[in-house]
Design a protein. Structure first.
Length: 501
């Protein structure tokens, strides 16, 4: 049964809120017809369609996704907010046969003229082309994933890897149907998986605008059986919003992921009896592979919970030896929801039937306690060693973010002739009254002295890539420029540098 067949079967009864199921099915069929016409054309230049999907409207996005995943194709999920730079990067890698979007002026003109791209076009002339994932799969689903270099990268999934994630969550929570309240972007794995969970388990899907929810406008659903997925900053904003507290307390679970949540935020949610379920997962594993259940969270349990049934998490030394419970090490994940490869870097490509046998090493550091619960410390490559002590930026950032003075923050290390590295906090003030002294006073009793930043730099905004991840290479350059010494910025003694205005 294809995804289109499944949607056709589901359309007999109401299951969508915020999207018309009849229109969804009709538009999906139109997209399928387009792909079949392309396949029948003797002039097509590829063995299967290559699709850039950049629809902002939920109905058009879901219909297009259903159509493409029902046919042999290479489907690129694209951020509608990408600018010319990102589109040029993608066009230099691969030429699409179809660009599905509506009213996106940032896409180059040639992008909305399928078939009009020639090797002589300035955009792609002289650029090496990257081969697509193996074409023996019905559909390769390429989902944008974060990085720190500013370059586009996609995790290549199949219908089977995404389905494995759905079944794992279904078993972990012990539910027959997964009802999803989605306020996250559908092109992102966190939004896409909510649609798939509801589709594959016979659940309901409610598409609701985040701004409406934040303003207190609730969707027309009974929340008791629904899962809501949020990132920590969204959870914080809901705490400050005028929203019916009974609605949030009544949800089946509030899945919390995407970034480290600070302890003050979790304590406040616990005091409000909100059913938080901290999760650990990533685009490469089709979302969560470990989740703390709401009952455990409300009982005071910490961490990211136990691994889901479709995943196994182990902790190792940097050289690969397993470590005992309670010992910090490198996280390794075995899961059937593991991606097949990256694109354009396909060095790790595996057959989807055996890809789960190879561990995925996500550069994360943590430990498993005696009960098998996962606890995260941060990313190994971000670790700062100052005076012989290890500092993980995620912990420091979470504490700083919990203060009322900071809107955004990134902690990193710079060279220091005395300490090896110095801890630096680059932040966006939340109000004009925010001062270094105020922030330091708020964190002084929450962090050991060696973890507290020695230098503070305020900026109007932090450099992020299209997936919202900090572009650390750009940030290092900004720090060097602001401190006035690009070679060794730590030699400049500067406690606070005000933002450009």
């Amino acid at each position: 049964m294809t995804p289109l067949d499944l949607v056709r079967q589901r359309s007999i009864k109401p299951w969508l809120v915020g999207v018309d199921r009849t229109q969804l099915l009709e538009f999906a069929q139109e997209r399928v017809d387009q792909l079949q016409d392309y396949d029948r054309s003797p002039s097509n230049s590829t063995d299967r369609p290559v699709i850039f999907l950049a629809e902002r409207d939920p109905l058009r996005f879901l219909a297009s996704f259903i159509a493409a995943s029902s046919q042999p194709s290479a489907l690129f999920l694209c951020n509608p907010d990408w600018r010319t730079q990102e589109w040029q990067q993608l066009y230099r890698l691969v030429t699409p046969t179809h660009v599905w979007s509506q009213g996106l002026p940032e896409i180059p003109l040639l992008a909305i003229q399928p078939g009009a791209i020639a090797p002589s076009d300035p955009l792609i002339a002289g650029q090496p082309r990257v081969s697509l994932p193996n074409s023996d799969r019905a559909c390769s689903i390429l989902i944008p994933t974060g990085g720190t270099s500013g370059q586009l990268r996609f995790a290549v999934h199949t219908w089977e890897t995404l389905r494995a994630s759905v079944l794992g969550m279904q078993a972990h929570f012990g539910v027959d149907r997964i009802h999803s309240l989605c306020v996250l972007p559908l092109y992102h794995v966190s939004g896409l998986m909510q649609f798939l969970r509801s589709l594959l388990t016979g659940g309901q899907l409610c598409i609701h605008d985040w701004k409406r929810l934040e303003s207190g406008q609730l969707p027309p659903i009974s929340p008791e059986d629904f899962f809501l997925s949020l990132v920590p900053t969204q959870l914080q904003r809901l705490m400050q919003a005028e929203i019916d507290p009974v609605f949030l307390r009544s949800l089946r679970a509030i899945l919390l992921g995407g970034a480290p949540a600070w302890e003050g935020l979790l304590q406040e949610a616990r005091s409000r009896q909100w059913p938080i379920a901290p999760t650990y997962g990533m685009t490469e594993t089709a979302s969560q592979v470990a989740t703390l259940k709401p009952a455990e969270f409300l009982a005071g349990k910490t961490g990211a919970g136990r691994p889901l049934p479709h995943a196994q998490i182990t902790i190792h030394t940097p050289t690969g030896e397993p470590v005992p419970a309670g010992t910090v090490g490198t996280i390794a994940i075995h899961t059937r929801s593991r991606m097949v490869s990256y694109f354009p870097d396909r060095a790790i490509e595996r057959d989807s039937d055996v890809s789960h046998l190879e561990p995925f090493i996500p550069d994360d550091v943590g430990y498993l306690d005696n009960e098998g619960y996962l606890h995260l410390l941060g990313r190994a490559s971000d670790k700062i060693i100052t005076g012989g002590e290890n500092v993980f930026p995620a912990e420091v950032e979470a504490v700083i973010r919990s203060t009322p003075w900071v809107q955004d923050v990134c902690v990193l290390g710079i060279d220091d002739p005395t300490w090896g590295q110095s801890v630096v906090a680059v932040y966006v003030p939340s109000q004009p009254e925010a001062t270094t002294e105020a922030i330091q006073g708020a964190i002084t009793h929450q962090l050991s002295r060696y973890k507290q930043p020695k230098k503070w730099i305020a900026l109007d905004q932090l450099p992020r890539n299209p997936q919202g991840k900090i572009n650390r290479s750009v940030l290092h350059s900004l720090i060097a420029a602001r401190l006035g010494n690009p070679v060794n910025p730590a030699t400049i003694s500067s406690e606070y540098i005000p933002p450009d205005r």
